[in-house]
Design a protein around this ligand. Structure first.
Ligand code: BYC
Ligand code: FE
Ligand code: FE
Length: 485
């Protein structure tokens, strides 16, 4: 989506640095001259490939039309080719920055950015990198079986593109752990392949990454809402005073734009088909025409939005204050904010639920930074809603989709343990549970959606529950054989 492409702001224009593809691990971090690091990563690589074989995409394919990062400069960073997926060139790429950077916020504001881990923040920094790293393979695991039911080769390709790039995002974090954290970094890198999404004994760290991605509507909602948390969290790390993390995140954001695109257009195409059928047949019940009724789309939206809000942590968080003050994690678009970038005297409003009402209280702004980021995220989410509702309007359908209240269905933060309806009414538990079947996908809903999920693996063949995309990938026709078996 054009509005999701420029995430990195006006970047400096360094000379285009070409990634060294003569290496077993393509990189622009000078691996060839660091034998110790090279050996460490070369011993991790086979374990990554074993993990990919065991828990990556389960549908066997011959090759997939994929983009691979080949350069770091703004233009022409990706090359396109048919690639057997297990031979994808996962590499380690840091975006390049012109001048030496300065820390832009917190108590070290104005000091030179760190090129080594600052000793006093070592464990916080490692924790951020581990949490970020953990989500990447988790999402690949969650999406493992979707290939079999892909609505087209175009969509299948997009799924695999997202999967290989999430695999590379794991590499990005593993590089930081190996290069900057010594032995405990190596141990954390091992653990990133040992925890598994939804595993009883060693689950992934954050809640949303242990949920099942049940079907392609869930996948589109996940890439729209949950990958978008990735966009925002990476946006905070791109500001980090720890330069290697900032530059890793900046390059990851470039890949992330496509994940946003998959979500936005995926849901849009589902809504478009539903709206067309509602208008053509004058009914809301479009199951009978092989599409997904609008209320079911709304329920999926409610679920994925609320799960994703949990990923921002508590509205009031001393962790968030500490990360910011230390210079580890900035705000979204930190450099464009018109304040002192230190925030010691500032205050902010956060939600509270007390005595049966939703209200606000004032807290130090530093402790409200998770909410600050979440608010930016919610505003961004609204833009997709406007597009999707535009499809309904175009078809002449009166109903609209809406984001639920941020307190709906929450397990983290001020709203956790309270029973709030999508419209923001505080209810008692029994009443909420009684009404929940109208708000969240039921087993019947997911069963009916699953019934529509039949693989369409011929070029130009599209499932009927969504419209074909308006254009293909990289100027190729929509009917192109993007994946070969
Ligand atoms: N689940 O102060 P609090 C992506 C824990 S997505 C489980 O409220 P904090 C991607 C928390 O750890 C982006 N536990 O929160 C998307 C803490 O535990 P401790 C991923 C949770 O620390 C799609 C306690 O509760 N990146 O890239 O300010 C596909 C109190 O925490 C959860 C990041 O998240 C939860 N949801 O914020 C592929 C960035 N929430 O310390 C990829 C790195 C909170 O008391 N992570 N807790 O043991 C962070 O910045 C922060 O850890 C969080 C939490 C924002 C996640
Ligand atoms: Fe990612
Ligand atoms: Fe992503």
């Amino acid at each position: 989506m054009d509005d999701d492409i420029d995430l990195t702001g006006p970047a400096p224009q360094p000379p285009i640095s070409v990634i060294d593809y003569s290496e077993r691990i393509p990189n622009n971090v000078g691996l060839a001259t660091d034998r110790r690091l090279q050996r460490a990563l070369e011993s991790w690589q086979p374990r990554f490939l074993d993990w990919w074989a065991a828990l990556g995409p389960s549908l066997p394919t011959r090759d997939v039309y994929l983009r691979t990062a080949v350069a770091i400069g703004r233009d022409g960073w990706a090359s396109w080719d048919r690639v057997p997926m297990e031979q994808y060139r996962w590499g380690i790429f840091l975006s390049e920055r012109g001048e030496p950077q300065q820390i832009g916020f917190g108590q070290h504001k104005g000091e030179p950015a760190w090129t080594q881990v600052p000793g006093e923040y070592r464990s916080e920094l490692r924790r951020l990198i581990v949490v970020q790293g953990d989500t990447e393979p988790a999402s690949v695991e969650q999406q493992r079986h979707l290939g079999a039911t892909a609505p087209s080769l175009y969509d299948l390709r997009n799924l695999f593109q997202v999967n290989v790039e999430e695999g590379r995002h794991l590499w990005a974090m593993v590089y930081l752990l190996h290069a900057y954290f010594g032995r405990d970094g190596r141990e954390e890198a091992e653990q990133l392949l040992r925890r598994h999404s939804g595993h009883q004994d060693s689950p992934r760290i954050l809640g949303a990454f242990n949920e099942e991605t049940t079907d392609w509507l869930a996948f589109f909602m996940f890439t729209y809402f949950t990958d978008r948390d990735g966009k925002y969290q990476l946006g905070t790390m791109k500001e980090s005073g720890f330069d290697p993390l900032a530059r890793s995140a900046e390059f990851m954001l470039r890949e992330e734009a496509h994940h946003m695109f998959v979500g936005t257009t995926g849901v849009q195409r589902v809504v478009q088909r539903t709206a067309q059928l509602m208008a053509a047949h004058g009914t809301d019940d479009v199951w009978q025409y092989g599409a997904i009724p609008l209320p079911v789309i709304q329920k999926y939206l409610n679920l994925h939005f609320s799960l994703s809000l949990d990923l921002f942590g508590s509205e009031t968080s001393s962790n968030a204050a500490a990360y910011f003050t230390a210079g580890l994690k900035g705000r979204w678009m930190e450099t464009r904010r018109h304040d002192d970038h230190v925030l010691t005297g500032a205050t902010a409003q956060v939600p509270v639920v007390a005595d049966g009402v939703l209200s606000q209280r004032t807290v130090p702004a530093l402790t409200a930074l998770n909410l600050d980021l979440r608010d930016e995220y919610v505003a961004d989410c609204e833009r997709g809603l406007r597009k999707w509702n535009g499809e309904l309007a175009k078809a002449g359908v009166d109903q609209r989709l809406a984001l639920p209240h941020p307190g709906f269905n929450r397990n983290v933060g001020a709203f956790a343990g309270h029973f709030i309806s999508p419209s923001g009414e505080l209810l008692d538990e029994a009443r909420w549970r009684h009404l929940a079947a109208g708000w969240l996908p039921t087993a019947d809903d997911t069963g009916l959606v699953a019934g529509l999920m039949v693989g369409h693996h011929q070029p130009g063949d599209f499932a009927g529950w969504l419209t074909p995309p308006s254009t293909g990938i990289n100027d190729l026709p929509v009917e192109h054989d993007y994946v070969r078996f």
